[in-house]
Design a binder for this molecule. Sequence first.
Ligand SMILES: *Cc1c(COP(=O)(O)O)cnc(C)c1O
Length: 445
Amino acid sequence: MNPLRTLPKIDKCLAHPLFQDANATWVMKIAREKIETLRQALLCKELEYVDEEALMLEIKKAYDALFTPSLKPLINATGVILHTNMGRSLISKTLLERASTVICNYSNLEYNLEEGCRGERYEHVSHHLKALLGVEDVLVVNNNASAVFLILNTFAKAKEVIVSRGELVEIGGSFRIPEVMKQSGATLVEVGATNKTKKSDYENAISENTVMLMKVHQSNFSIEGFSEALCYEEIKRLATQHSLLDYYDLGSGYLPKLPYNLGNREHSLHEILTCNPSLISFSGDKLFGSVQAGIIAGRADLIAQLKKNQLLRMLRVDKITLSLLEESIKAYLKEEWEEIPTLWLLFRSIEELTQRALHVKEVIGEPYCELVKSETYMGGGTLPNRKFPTIALHVKGKATLLERKFRENFVIGRIEEDKFLLDFRTILPHNEATLISIIQRIIGY
Ligand SMILES: *Cc1c(COP(=O)(O)O)cnc(C)c1O
């Protein structure tokens, strides 16, 4: 028999029970490609005949791969609340539902309902955000990196900005203050030494080209021991004395008093705002606990200038961001902490985590696991060197093997002293049942 006759027709593929509910266009496209490859293989005698069932399964596999989402939900059992690789802040389902009324309908995003004419996209969050922060005006851009860029480009292009050497940070590998400054057109004037910057260092560096004194939060590292830096209040005072702008890139701004003593390095937004800064900026999705956004707050005249920069058009936020951010801000105003998952997770007490971990331990059974007290970090380039108490379930067995097996089941844990741990600081209560069945499967119930 002619081997080419063993090639099935496309129609036959489409009619196969495997593709009963599949999209015919894509089944055909994939089938055509596979059949063509097989035809070539038959013609040059690399293949003797076609195994039809194997072919169908191969088409099915390619079809499924096409529709398997690349972004997958994970159970974060690392204990790191703001995990940069796992999406930073979570959005609560309630807030998502509230925001969906705007996202899934036409809205007045840029429409002035009173006048019946074009309106301003940035007006929407500004009302609530100004109330929350108690500032003159605000502006929201794509992320905090763009906020830094926009501010420097608007006020410091072809001018000098003074920054302490100890604050020339790199965040997540792709954001380096000196590089961002160069790109924005501003000239960086570094002052002080890595560990020490004094008031006189700033004073000596001020020239007629200086426009701004900038403070950058060290975010993901800290300089301990023999070190000195100016607090924001002093920088602000110095800037005012010399008629310069002051700007604080806060990285991760947070609002409520946190349940842990953070020492005198980490100030809340309210504390910083009491110095009346010209401008500050922070991320929407770090400790603030909302969507990815860059929030700029400060003097109304400066915000107005930022709005005139053409760059803003490139950094502008979508209605999805604005409506989610607005819902987060309203949750803040109403003190609905459970709707700000980042804070909610941070605020869980050790007793509560222990109870939940104990429940899982009892279901799994004594010989397979035990509870351990441990410590974790905030993550997301925030609160470096600050450990938080936590409770973890130690799943007994070879740690590296368990780490891989859990990862294959979309559970990311951590290894500590050769123990594989599932940290309850970041395990969401609604994921607990799933987690239990995954543990049972892996330890071979
Ligand atoms: C995180 C961070 C940024 C970047 O913020 P994104 O919202 O990630 O763009 C900038 N500056 C500092 C100090 C930061 O900590």
